[in-house]
Design a protein around this ligand. Structure first.
Ligand code: FAD
Ligand code: UDP
Length: 376
């Protein structure tokens, strides 16, 4: 006889793990969570390499949030290690804080000019205010526009073109708005109230989320592999929605990455956790894992990120590409889902086709459970 589950959950990342945990502990529902990869934790997966360094296999993951409900939830499964991320940009041989701030200005310009531009920015926007580069380029002041053009050319244009294969104007403004110009001397990458890393890593935290009666996990398992093996009442799908429908409305565009992990026999490789290369090089950024994990030794591992085009079936769809025509196509898939797959819930960065940070994926999973799955 086939084994029966209340839920089949496709994807063992945040969305799948959290819904499975909530279903098991709050509703007494049994689920089978499958992932085609050989591990849990989705893109947040971390592990030790041969040199013993804890690293993030799918790119650096820094946890930050303003959502207390997300902190309260995850704190049941992990202790925390305080970590405030700092990023430097390599601009014509100099390293400046990113997001571009008043310190960046003083590194790149002679003091009197930097002081003058600082005053212009504070007059225009106020101290400790953030302004997106696209808004700053539309300023009524010629001097603000000139400075905006300088920052645009040196920080945003090259990086964005490498990262997305598109210019900032061809993307939703929300993309470059993630890294606004900051009229401040605060050189942290994020200003969120909560900035901590899971003390023993992401994978350990996921192991504890999954360790509930009522959850079975099957790795190296694609949706195709199980549909004949088990029976279930409902399906939660956290993979790419276009793939679920065999691309019948066309391919949703994603951007992929190639990671070059290098381990060096030195204590520390670079001056900050992350160094961006907005102008030079084919890669966008180099992240040194020991800054994030705060485990320092005689060796250190860095991740060098090369953006590449995504080819379904060949590369990993890391980033949905936020721009109007893609969101329109996603809406068509969502309509198709409502019509033809009423028993399937789509969620997550790929299922929703939304550029979620971890805390947003977690918040979405918690509210989805509350709205649609919690017993009343
Ligand atoms: P995922 O983690 O993508 O999990 C989906 C899972 O579904 C995958 O494991 C996949 O193998 C599986 N799957 C898909 N289709 C199938 C199928 N047909 N059968 C079986 N399994 C399937 N967020 C931050 O907050 N801070 C950061 O610093 C940060 N850095 C990031 C860096 C990179 C390079 C990337 C790509 C993302 C980063 N994120 C970061 C975002 C974070 O990874 C996501 O918000 C989060 O992982 C989303 O979780 P999810 O459950 O939606 O999806
Ligand atoms: N960005 C940029 N230059 C930088 C950093 C970011 O142009 O030095 C732009 C780029 O378009 C990037 C976006 O801002 O894709 C968002 O950056 P973030 O660091 O949030 O990207 P993620 O960590 O999600 O890859």
């Amino acid at each position: 006889m086939k084994k029966h589950y209340d839920w089949l959950i496709v994807g063992a990342g945040y969305t799948g793990a959290i819904i499975a945990e909530r279903l098991a502990t709050q509703s007494g529902k049994r689920s089978l969570v499958i992932d085609r990869r050989d591990h849990i934790a989705g893109n947040a997966y971390d592990r030790r390499n041969d040199a013993g360094v804890l690293f993030h296999q799918y790119g650096p993951h820094i946890f930050h949030t303003n959502a207390q409900v997300v902190v309260d939830y995850l704190s049941k499964f992990t202790d925390w290690l305080p970590y405030e991320h700092r990023v430097l940009g390599s601009i014509n041989g100099r390293l400046i804080p990113i997001p571009f701030n008043l310190t960046s200005l003083h590194i790149l310009f002679p003091k009197t000019e930097a002081d003058r531009l600082t005053k212009i920015l504070i007059d225009a926007y106020g101290m400790d205010q953030k302004v997106t580069i696209l808004k700053m380029r539309e300023s009524p002041s010629q001097e603000v526009r000139d400075l905006a053009d300088f920052i645009y050319k040196n920080v945003f244009l090259g990086y964005t073109t490498k990262q997305w294969g598109l210019s900032p104007e061809e993307l939703s403004p929300s993309v470059t708005a993630r890294v606004p110009v900051y009229i401040s001397y605060d050189d942290r990458y994020f200003q969120d109230a909560f900035q901590n890393m899971p003390k023993h890593g992401y994978t350990k935290m996921f192991e504890r989320i999954f360790a509930q009666d009522g959850i079975d996990v099957s790795l190296n398992t694609d949706l195709r592999d199980v549909s004949e093996e088990i029976t279930y009442d409902r399906l939660l799908y956290t993979g790419a929605i276009d793939e679920y429908f065999n691309f019948e409305l066309g391919e949703l565009p994603y951007r992929s990455l190639e990671f070059d992990f290098q381990t060096y026999s030195q204590k520390r490789h670079q001056a900050a956790g992350q160094v961006n290369y907005p102008i030079s090089e084919d890669f966008t950024r180099i992240t040194e894992m020991s800054y994030l994990t705060q485990e320092w030794s005689d060796v250190t591992t860095v991740a060098i990120e090369y953006p590449i085009a995504h080819i379904p079936g060949k590369t990993v769809p890391y980033y949905p590409i936020p721009r109007d025509e893609n969101l329109d196509l996603h809406n068509k898939y969502a309509e198709l889902a409502a019509r033809e797959a009423p028993n399937v819930t789509f969620a997550g960065r790929l299922g929703d086709y939304k550029y979620y940070n971890m805390d947003q994926a977690i918040g979405r999973a918690l509210s989805l459970f509350k709205k649609e799955m919690e017993p009343r």
